[in-house]
Design a protein around this ligand. Structure first.
Ligand code: SF4
Ligand code: ZN
Length: 376
């Protein structure tokens, strides 16, 4: 553990949350019960999965060249981990369906998304609101069929999965069927206390590293998702946690990309409950920009750093003030494409009235010993 990590005193976080929310239960038991109870109120769709949950085309970079990516979120029964509790910020399972789709339905979902295909879309990103490689969500036969079909059209296929579904045989077969396959794993943080007490990830940094090692053995690269400011962390802790995670992750040989996910307030989540009580504020866009800038100095050219803040500029996503939201979001978008630190340095130089408020919050919020935000 390096010095910066020591600054994140999760025992304080544990004390705060234990006192406020989970009186009378062990912390983890209380956290999981709370998440499960909130999530159980969500109404999942009872239809069969004939259409994907969503699909769209977005900007992407492939081998240093700007290109397009087709993104598909398959409609499935969703993440198995969310059945028992799930991550504190995750509302993806609100989009899942109650009946497991058949192979032909998965194929039809793919056909539907492929209507958006053009020769410019060289990358395919496959999401499921869970794990593509979990047979409970996508039958194994359908996994390989989709990868095989995608190989004919795309130069690179990125597939999201939890680390426990990564194994050598599966990856070898995925590579064989899909060609240039990359796996994307939601690490969130390299700090196991954050994973346990804040995110309730249900997996550890070691499990992530093991999955990367297996992938490296068979020549598959990894994209890591890193969270920015999960619940119970102050703004400063949120910054350091993401920054320290980058320092740990950049030592892993086959990491190609780190994608920062600033927490946004999704329905039927613990984060939403805290937000509605005024106990949680999503991170400032300044924090996201600083994490990107400082992390780039650590990782250099080898690893791409990107962020596309969901609901950015609104009170349910990362935001600053009305005067600079669009400008800072645009800088983050451009940096994600170009990897040019000057873009972010310039936005800090130009500043805004709210930049000083943000700096004050970084300095003072910790002294308040509270996760209640100091400003709106
Ligand atoms: S592992 Fe992913 S899909 Fe599952 S609950 Fe956590 S964030 Fe949601
Ligand atoms: Zn501002």
């Amino acid at each position: 553990m390096n010095n910066i990590q020591k600054m994140i005193d999760m025992s304080d976080t544990e004390k705060r949350t234990k006192k406020e929310s989970f009186e009378g239960q062990s912390y983890i038991e209380g956290l999981r019960n709370e998440i499960r109870t909130i999530r159980s109120r969500a109404r999942r769709k009872r239809v069969r999965g004939e259409e994907p949950t969503a699909c769209w085309v977005e900007e992407e970079v492939l081998r240093g060249e700007e290109t397009k990516a087709l993104v598909i979120i398959f409609s499935t029964v969703g993440c198995y981990f969310a059945e028992t509790s799930g991550c504190s910020m995750c509302g993806y399972t609100n989009e899942s369906i109650t009946a497991k789709p058949k192979i032909e339905e998965i194929n039809r979902q793919f056909d539907y998304a492929m209507k958006k295909y053009s020769p410019q879309t060289k990358v395919l990103k496959i999401f499921t609101s869970g794990s593509f490689f979990d047979k409970r969500e996508i039958p194994e036969e359908a996994q390989y069929e989709i990868l095989g079909r995608a190989k004919e059209k795309f130069s690179k296929i990125i597939v999201e999965t939890r680390s426990e579904f990564v194994n050598e045989n599966m990856l070898l077969k995925a590579k064989d069927k899909g060609g240039n396959v990359e796996i994307a794993i939601g690490l969130e943080s390299s700090n196991d206390n954050v994973l346990r007490y804040s995110v309730n990830k249900g997996s550890s940094f070691m499990q992530f590293k093991n999955a990367c090692m297996v992938a490296n053995k068979v020549g598959v690269s990894v994209k890591a998702y890193v969270i920015v400011k999960p619940p119970f962390l102050t703004e400063r802790e949120g910054y350091y946690d993401a920054y320290c995670t980058v320092k740990d992750v950049c030592e892993i040989e086959n990491i190609s990309t780190i994608s920062f996910n600033p927490v946004n307030v999704q329905s039927y989540t613990l984060v939403e409950r805290m937000y509605s009580r005024g106990e949680y504020r999503p991170p400032w866009l300044w924090t996201v920009a600083k994490v990107l800038l400082d992390s780039k100095k650590v990782v250099g050219e080898r690893i791409r750093l990107i962020s596309s803040p969901t609901a950015g500029g609104t009170s349910r996503g990362a935001y600053n003030c009305d005067k600079c939201n669009s400008k800072v979001l645009e800088s983050i978008r451009r940096f994600s494409l170009k990897q040019d630190m000057e873009i972010l340095e310039k936005v800090f130089e130009e500043g805004c009235e709210c930049l000083e408020s943000w700096k004050d919050i970084l300095d003072l919020e910790g002294f308040m010993q509270s996760c209640v935000p100091m400003s709106t």
